[in-house]
Design a protein around this ligand. Structure first.
Ligand code: 5GP
Length: 116
């Protein structure tokens, strides 16, 4: 058995995190090193390493994550002004190999501020 990922350990409450949302399929936490005034991570409970590792059987899960991301962003107070980003692969800046989507937002953010 492979080691649980950092995010699986957070999902299992083995490592503390600021959890802002949870349902049967995903969790959302505050990023430990925020790059915007609102920086959340939407993480499926299934530990798919990268977006490109998702398969046909994950279609419903990926749809669920998108709908959850919209709801989580609304709940976070950023309204309609947010970005949803998945870094795929180390060369694109992925550091945790358990699929996750960044929600980055602020009421008045700019490209420079987000650093992406
Ligand atoms: P990636 O670079 O893989 O796209 O994003 C990983 C994100 O996870 C980074 O923005 C990083 O700050 C965040 N992160 C890494 N370790 C932890 C942690 O232990 N707790 C939380 N809440 N976020 C983390």
């Amino acid at each position: 058995m492979s080691e649980p990922t950092l995010f699986t350990r957070i999902i299992n409450r083995d490592i503390p995190a600021d959890i802002v949302y949870e349902d049967d399929h995903c969790i959302a936490i505050k990023d430990i090193a925020p790059k915007a005034p609102v920086h959340l991570l939407v993480i499926p409970k299934k530990p798919i390493p990268r977006l490109v590792d998702a398969a046909e059987e994950d279609k419903a899960l990926l749809g669920h994550l998108m709908l959850a991301a919209g709801e989580i962003a609304r709940q976070s107070g950023v309204g309609d002004a947010f970005r949803l980003i998945a870094n795929n692969g180390a060369d694109a800046g992925q550091t945790v190999f358990h699929l996750h989507f960044h929600i980055l937002g602020d009421k008045q953010f700019s490209e420079a501020q987000l650093g992406f």
